[in-house]
Ligand binder design. Structure first.
Ligand code: ADE
Length: 250
């Protein structure tokens, strides 16, 4: 047996018993959109890619046009009562959802819309505990209200501005939620020290070199005294939050 094979043996011996104790459940997020191309790249790189490669997160992008029975894959129509802009029809959306629900019991059906609740870290934390989410990307002037009334369980905005559609919002949600799934981040504690996790912004961070153009790294970070460093970081987080986001401290 070569030493390489020996190493493999040692690793698998080590991994098998561990997996009995640490089994990470997979989370599935389906995204329904009329512009699937907009969601090709966000989950194909970096942490989201790693989460998918590790089998911790499954993301499926579903084209709404595959679920319409109307000619020329129509999914929108003029608004009753007149006015500018097209409205997404209820039928293709319901066809799509009911077909997807045959396979997946969704915990939440989330509609991305500028008039929804504003997304924040607490919501990301909550969603990261779910097993199956369906994100619906709005487009055009909006979606037939009957769909929102009868199928959607949460309506979420990613901020007080209007995007061309919900796709970028969906990408934001998947990223914010996906990185919280246990096992996705290398250092599990790094999500705990993110901004907003304790209603504080994150403190400043530094790396090499210790001095650049005369600008020095705060000495305390070089002291090796982790208790003092933690205290300093907490003070800095508080100061930053007071200066930039006093609303978080109310
Ligand atoms: N669709 C258009 N604008 C949006 C926003 N701000 N958040 C979520 N979805 C949207």
């Amino acid at each position: 047996m070569t030493s390489q094979a020996g190493e493999e043996f040692v690793h698998s011996e080590f991994l098998v018993p561990c997996s009995l104790f640490i089994s990470f459940a997979q989370m599935k997020i389906d995204i329904l959109t009329v512009v699937p191309g907009l969601l090709e790249s966000p989950f194909a790189h970096s942490i989201m890619k790693r989460a998918r490669d590790k089998g911790l997160l499954e993301v499926n992008v579903i084209n709404l046009r595959d679920h319409t029975t109307y000619a020329r894959a129509q999914v929108d129509d003029y608004a009753f009562g007149g006015g500018a802009g097209m409205v997404m029809m209820i039928e293709p959306l319901v066809n799509a959802i009911e077909s997807l629900q045959k396979e997946t019991p969704y915990d939440e059906i989330i509609f991305l819309t500028p008039d929804g609740e504003t997304f924040n870290q607490q919501m990301a934390n909550g969603f990261s505990l779910k097993n199956n989410l369906l994100l619906i990307c709005g487009h055009y002037k909006g979606v037939d209200q009957r769909f929102r009334d009868h199928f959607v369980t949460r309506e979420i905005s990613i901020g007080d501005y209007v995007l061309s559609g919900g796709e970028l919002g969906a990408a934001v949600l998947v990223d914010a939620i996906g990185r919280l799934i246990p096992g996705v981040l290398n250092d599990e504690t790094s999500a705990l020290t993110d901004s907003f996790q304790d209603n504080l912004l994150a403190p400043p961070v530094y790396t090499r070199p210790e001095e650049f153009r005369g600008w020095k790294v705060p000495e305390i970070l070089m002291s090796g005294n982790h208790k003092l460093i933690d205290e300093w970081r907490h003070e800095q987080a508080l100061k930053r939050t007071e200066e930039r986001r006093p609303d978080l401290l109310e």
